[in-house]
Design a protein around this ligand. Structure first.
Ligand code: PDD
Length: 286
């Protein structure tokens, strides 16, 4: 029999059903908090130091004190992964501004943040969609202007993903001023017919993807050509290849955009190579 699912909440490892948060939690009332997602591969955390650095930055940007040191975060995540015996999947971490009477401005400085973590078992490396490629749609980017913060306020992404689900596709790329900003939960890339890997430069318009950073480093090490610049949906539809990256999808080939077939409709060779390079790095460094 498998053990009950254990989650982490405010200093305790608890059975899922016993982990409760008061209704006055500011995450619940205002989406006043941030989150992170790290992948687990072979029971180990992938690119985790970079995810924890981004968690620290997100907290700093919204004025929540980071409740733990880097070493404490790693110890808690590692224990949670072990307690749930997850070999492959995700760890989700969330910090909110804590529990206080409903009032928009920050509560008193001694209000402890709410810290919560759970794991999800999931096939991240042998994902069948990586073989067939993903179909995607595009939607207008209706989000706020600080998308560099990994905010738990995800309503625009929820609506975009629901549109994708209703269209029978895996992801939605969000578009603003005729340029793709990013996926609803991923970073967008294309490969030009000349073989250049193109992705949008970092700014407050998009999340600084941790997988993006590793993929760009791996591409550079492999001597591939890189261009950090904006691209349109029309350019993506006409590209040789397209793909997206995230902690949960790694490198996912895109084979159709709004019904337009990309390339020959199969995962492209450069995309496949980058996925292999990323998996290799994840297995070695995890
Ligand atoms: N999403 N852009 C957005 C809007 C995202 O939500 C994500 C990740 C990314 C990719 O970032 P990274 O490579 O660091 O995972 C880009 C996570 C996986 C999620 O919300 O589940």
């Amino acid at each position: 029999m498998s053990n009950p699912r254990i989650v982490y909440l405010n200093g305790e490892f608890l059975p899922f059903a016993e982990a409760r948060v008061p209704i006055m939690d500011r995450g619940f009332l205002f989406a006043d908090g941030i989150y992170e997602v790290s992948a687990i591969l072979d029971g180990r955390l992938v690119d985790n130091a970079a995810h924890l650095a981004r968690l620290d930055r997100s907290l700093g940007e919204i004025g929540i004190r980071n409740p733990y040191s880097l070493a404490e975060w790693i110890a808690l995540e590692t224990e949670l992964v072990a307690r749930n015996a997850v070999a492959e999947g995700l760890v989700y971490m969330q910090v909110t501004r804590g529990v206080a009477e409903r009032d928009f401005a920050f509560p008193s400085a001694d209000t402890p943040p709410t810290v919560m973590m759970f794991t999800q078992a999931k096939n991240v490396s042998a994902n069948p969609m990586a073989e067939t490629g993903a179909k995607i749609i595009t939607v207008p980017d209706i989000r706020w202007k600080r998308r560099d913060i990994k905010s738990i306020a995800l309503l625009a992404q929820v609506l975009a993903k629901q549109q994708a689900a209703e269209a029978g596709v895996a992801e939605a790329w969000m578009v603003e001023d005729d340029a793709v900003t990013e996926g609803a939960s991923s970073t967008a890339f294309i490969v030009t017919k000349a073989g250049a890997i193109v992705t949008r430069p970092l700014s407050t318009a998009l999340l600084p993807g941790i997988t993006r950073l590793s993929v760009l480093r791996l591409a550079e090490e492999a001597g591939l050509s890189l261009e950090e610049r904006l691209f349109s949906v029309a350019e993506a539809c006409a590209a040789a290849e397209a793909f997206y990256t995230s902690a949960s999808a790694f490198v996912m080939p895109v084979v159709s955009i709004d019904g337009h077939v990309v390339g020959d409709g199969k995962p492209g060779p450069l995309t496949r190579r980058l996925r292999e390079l990323y998996l290799g790095m994840a297995r070695e460094s995890a």
